[in-house]
Design a protein around this ligand. Structure first.
Ligand code: BGC
Length: 800
């Protein structure tokens, strides 16, 4: 990992699938894994997946005697295939040649994937092959690859073949292989002009069309070569084949440019006509690369975070920003899509959208808030479905699905396979009702960072009110406690979905959920003072919110029950948590390592993780992640619970000892909550979170798709966590605690329509209030508030 590059200088077949995920190229509209051009999917070894933002399809499978329907992010036709052979020889296969040199390089600054090979075949012919690839950030419908092939000790004929392959299935995740996977049907293929072929497919249920057109050109010594293509077709596959005479040490450039359109596109007539019309307008690889690199430069200008004193951290954080921007970018605007937890990089979790937005949006809020707005609209448009779900379950308001896909219905699977035991088991994680609170929280955070009143008025407030209504209707009054309760839910820790002695799924009074519900309701009440009265009235009429409802909100906001462990000031993860058994951590850690999926391990041993005080991920600690100590103390004091700063440290220790970090999100939270109190432990948690994907710490999961929440979360940890960046009462507070290992940090953020540059060392913080279109803002440093107007700069001594 270098500052701008991820490089591999040997080929490790067992790492291929991981590298494919990490070398994915995308532009926020579609993405293609960093698979080799010359090989199709080979079970567990190679997997060239192409995914479209919002490209879902549903299929019904029969599993364990049950019919289940799943919605998947579809693997679309593979546009990569390009290969060559010597006459009468085998097609090139990296596994069949002697590799004399190998280098694969993901250039994050330019968004270009390079592979440099020097190999010797069985006949002793040595060839150099340099492959470059891009998925254009400048034109979201275009991808291109270039092969530079040089015979090193031979001259002679070769046959080259380029294809578009629509015979692909969704088979990237081994656990899902027993499920139906044929999402595409072929609707046609053929030749468009002398150098261009096309392929068109349709999804079986959602009936999305995709058309790809591929143009192949050959250049030698700077000139375009005239080629006689032989076009081969079969259902779902179209190829262009041609012969070339190669001369020793004379490089030949083979370029393939692909134009991709779908029926989800705007401003089109229909995909195939658009693909064929537009492909002829595209320039050569170098021209496309130029525009693409400029587009990336514009993104990096806004989104980079410089840590010149720590090259490794620097490189990985850039990789994380890179993959985030490849999943959502300006190209995403208008697509009506959410942000899939595993990016557009693989098929894990079927491309669904979870609460991971909570970890992803903060970075976007302060860099490209237009994207958060766009992604929040994905939720807004699915309010009717969330309302229906609430009503079906007997509640009011909007209950968003734990896993969301095309139309906002619940996409969580009903049963899931434990690969460790081979058993299909009920999956009750859909009971994570806290997802709705995360959506309201995200609306509020976006508004805080942007003061975008038009969004808040027209969409944000409706989301917050409807979610508040949901929480007030799911909460029930318990007269014996004189408190409100929320029963039958699951918290962020997915290990606990039911009580050990119960057959019913769900737990009572998950502390995180209850506090979040209170926060949503309090925020809804706050909106009465922010919005104008007529808008409040309009929304109340639209959502049927009555005076009695508001009175109930006010009561819940001060009377929600939060469980504590008996005779202690430790918040109980849920009611009854203290009755669970302690877990033998040491024995299991020795056997399975740090990041364990205890749910799977214990089930395969005939035991259940539900019995133990063992969490998959941060649950109670999420509260310290999302709220400052002051904010949390305020919520607790309104609820008339005694909770102080000192209690926070005890709670952190308590749960640190009882968490397996079976989710990559967990270490981010643990690092964050320790940032001020224990810098060493915070740094070591950060280190683990940082390498979650580059080192695939969960043993195989990254190959199935990156963990976007962890990627964005680590960047945000530096940007907000270590910076102590917080927006409170119209003040942007900066209270940095840079870990010793970071030393210095330079970045720009966009806060309420203004760009602010921050240069930080261990001793000083330099703030310049650069440019923008807001008048002035308040920035707070070390307890004091300063007014900044355009062009102002200030330097602060931040030594403790
Ligand atoms: C985690 C969830 C997360 C999901 C998608 C799960 O393993 O437990 O919190 O939302 O992955 O990233």
């Amino acid at each position: 990992m270098q500052e701008w590059k991820l490089t591999y200088d040997t080929w490790q077949p067992e790492q291929q699938m991981l590298r494919e995920a990490l070398c994915t190229l995308g532009n926020g509209y579609f993405a293609t894994r960093g698979a080799f051009e010359e090989l199709p999917a080979v079970d567990g070894a190679f997997y060239p997946g192409t995914y479209l933002a919002g490209g879902f399809n549903r299929l019904t499978s029969e599993v364990a005697g049950e019919k289940i329907e799943n919605e998947d992010l579809v693997n679309w036709p593979n546009w990569l295939p390009l290969t060559f052979c010597h006459p009468e020889g085998e097609w090139f296969d990296i596994r069949q040649v002697e590799l004399l040199d190998f280098r694969q390089e993901l250039d994050m600054k330019q968004g270009v994937l390079l592979r440099r090979l020097h190999f010797r075949d069985k006949q002793g012919r040595e060839t150099s092959l340099v492959s470059r690839r891009l998925v254009s950030m400048a034109n979201k419908h275009v991808a291109a690859l270039q092969w530079e092939l040089t015979p090193l000790n031979w001259s002679g004929e070769i046959v080259v073949k380029s294809s578009l392959d629509g015979r692909v299935t969704n088979s990237g995740v081994a656990r899902y292989r027993q499920l139906a996977s044929q999402h595409l049907q072929s609707t046609g293929q053929g030749q468009h002009n002398a150098e261009t072929v096309y392929l068109e497919v349709q999804t079986t249920q959602s009936r999305l069309l995709m058309a790809q057109a591929a143009r192949v050109r050959v250049y030698r010594e700077g000139g375009l070569e005239s080629i006689n293509f032989e076009v081969q077709q079969e259902e779902g596959l179209v190829s262009q084949q041609f012969s070339l005479h190669c001369e020793q040490n004379k490089p030949v450039l083979i370029e393939k440019v692909v134009q991709l359109h779908t029926s989800r596109d705007q401003a089109i007539t229909e995909p195939l006509q658009e693909a064929c019309k537009n492909i002829v307008r595209q320039g050569n690889f170098e021209h496309l690369r130029g525009k693409h690199v400029q587009a990336w430069q514009r993104l990096w200008n806004r989104c980079d975070l410089e840590i010149s004193c720590n090259a490794k951290t620097q490189g990985i954080l850039r990789l994380h920003i890179f993959h985030l921007l490849q999943t959502v970018s300006a190209n995403t605007v208008g697509l009506d899509v959410g942000v899939p937890a595993r990016g557009l990089h693989g098929e894990a979790y079927r491309g669904h959208i979870f609460w991971d937005e909570l970890f992803i949006f903060p970075f976007l809020n302060l860099r490209l808030p237009e994207l958060t707005r766009e992604l929040l609209q994905y939720r807004f448009r699915r309010l009717p479905e969330a309302r229906f779900a609430a009503a079906e379950a007997g509640y009011r308001g909007a209950m968003f699905p734990w896993q969301s896909g095309s139309n906002g219905r619940e996409e969580s699977q009903v049963i899931h396979l434990n690969p460790q035991s081979g058993r299909w088991l009920p999956d009750n994680t859909y009971l994570q009702r806290h997802i709705s609170a995360a959506i309201a929280y995200n609306v509020w955070q976006y508004y805080q960072a942007t003061e975008d009143m038009s969004f808040l008025t027209f969409m944000g407030a409706e989301l917050i009110f409807d979610i508040a209504l949901f929480w007030s209707s799911i909460a029930t009054y318990n007269p014996s406690r004189d408190r409100y309760e929320i029963r039958n839910v699951v918290g962020p820790d997915e290990y606990h979905t039911e009580y050990p002695d119960s057959d019913e799924p769900g737990l009572n009074n998950n502390a995180y959920t209850n506090v979040m519900a209170v926060w949503v309701i309090q925020t809804a009440l706050k909106l009465f003072d922010i919005l104008d009265d007529s808008r409040v009235e309009e929304l109340h009429q639209k959502l049927s919110i009555s005076q009695e409802d508001v009175a109930r909100w006010r009561e819940i906001a001060v009377k929600m029950y939060v469980p504590f462990i008996e005779n202690s000031r430790i918040i109980a993860q849920f009611e009854g948590y203290e009755k669970l058994e302690e877990f033998p951590w040491e024995a299991y850690r020795a056997k399975y390592g740090e990041a364990m999926r205890l749910d799977r391990i214990l089930e395969s041993e005939g035991d259940s993780v539900n019995k133990y005080k063992a969490s998959k991920q941060a649950d109670v600690l999420m509260l310290f992640y999302l709220f400052s100590t002051a904010e949390l103390a305020e919520i607790f004091s309104q609820l008339q619970y005694d909770f102080t700063k000192e209690d926070k440290a005890d709670n952190i220790s308590y749960y640190e000892d009882r968490t397996s970090h079976g989710s990559t999100l967990s270490k981010i939270v643990h690092s964050w909550v320790l940032a001020r109190s224990d810098r060493k432990r915070s740094w070591s948690n950060f280190q683990v979170a940082l390498v979650s994907d580059v080192e695939d710490i969960q043993g195989g999961t990254t190959a199935e798709g990156i963990h976007l929440g962890a990627m964005a979360g680590t960047v945000d940890l530096v940007q907000r966590g270590f910076m102590g960046l917080e927006i409170r009462e119209d003040v942007l507070w900066l209270n940095p605690v840079l870990p010793d290992e970071l030393g210095c940090l330079d970045f720009s953020i966009r806060y309420r329509n203004h760009w602010i540059t921050i240069n930080l060392t261990q001793d000083t913080m330099h703030i310049s209030f650069d440019k923008g279109w807001s008048k002035e803002v308040q920035i707070g440093v070390k307890g004091q508030v300063y007014t900044f107007a355009t062009g102002e700069q200030r330097k602060f001594d931040i030594t403790r």
